[in-house]
Design a protein around this ligand. Structure first.
Ligand SMILES: [Mn+2]
Length: 262
């Protein structure tokens, strides 16, 4: 069995009962470990993850989760962690801490006779994205692209890593809290086949001849299993703080969405 989950946003200042959240996530991974060959964590497992040059005590909070990943790796399960837009600032530390393989960009894999495109999903757009949105939305997307470039700038990352962790974390966690509260106040359900960026992205990939059976994403915090014209399915993983979503690929190549309950 291959499992997929994403978007735990561990450490979020907008999610209460931090330990209960982390404990449930660990239990969910334990459940998967019973028959998992691989587990893919598709980004934003942490609400904010930055590796500073100075020791960051805050990371201790995540040790139970990181220890669990290490345990799964020791058991022989292939554990893959993708970076998301909230936790992209890892420079080898997370890999060292967990033993998991860290991916910084999308990945195409073949398993059980199916091809899968895996990505966190932020910033993925079809080539002709501008034709799909009115000016107001285009401006918003452009702002996001600019912000993403700032977040990904090696020079700015270097400067941020020089900060005392308390300062950096105060900035990072409050930025993340703001985006979480904004989402809670104003949730954005599935926008429909012709507006949902990740569906448009998948359709464009198919148009370019890059066929995959399944596109699996996180990021949007909505649960979606949507078939596009090429026959491919776009799976969006919901989250692991409220909906407790995961996807499962069985040995016959069938993929399905589930909700973890204790
Ligand atoms: Mn995200």
């Amino acid at each position: 069995m291959i499992y997929f989950l994403s978007d735990a946003h561990l450490g979020s200042l907008a999610i209460e009962r931090g330990w209960a959240h982390q404990k449930k996530l660990i239990n969910m991974l334990e459940m998967m470990s019973k028959d998992a060959v691989s587990i893919y964590l598709l980004g934003d497992m942490f609400d904010f993850w930055m590796e500073y040059f100075i020791h960051d005590k805050k990371k201790r909070e995540y040790h139970p989760f990181c220890k669990e990943l290490r345990k799964l790796v020791k058991q022989g399960i292939h554990v893959h962690v993708f970076t998301g837009n909230h936790d992209q600032w890892t420079f080898g530390g997370l890999e060292k801490l967990t033993g998991a393989e860290v991916h910084y960009s999308p990945l195409t894999i073949s398993r059980y006779g199916k091809t899968l495109y895996l990505a966190h999903g932020d910033g993925l757009l079809p080539r002709d994205w501008e034709s799909h949105y009115p000016a107001r939305v285009r401006a918003k997307i452009k702002r996001y692209i600019r912000l993403k470039a700032i977040f990904e700038s090696p020079f700015l990352q270097f400067l941020f890593r020089l900060l005392p962790p308390q300062w950096g974390n105060a900035l990072g966690y409050n930025w993340a809290k703001k985006s979480r509260l904004k989402e809670l106040a104003n949730p954005c359900p599935f926008k429909g086949e012709n507006k949902e960026e990740l569906v448009l992205f998948a359709k464009d990939q198919e148009k370019q001849g890059n066929h995959r059976d399944y596109y699996v994403f996180g990021h949007r915090h909505i649960e979606l299993d949507f078939q596009i014209a090429s026959g491919s399915r776009v799976i969006i993983l919901g989250d692991t703080f409220r909906q407790w979503t995961y996807a499962k690929l069985d040995k016959h190549g069938n993929i399905s969405l589930h909700n973890y309950e204790e």
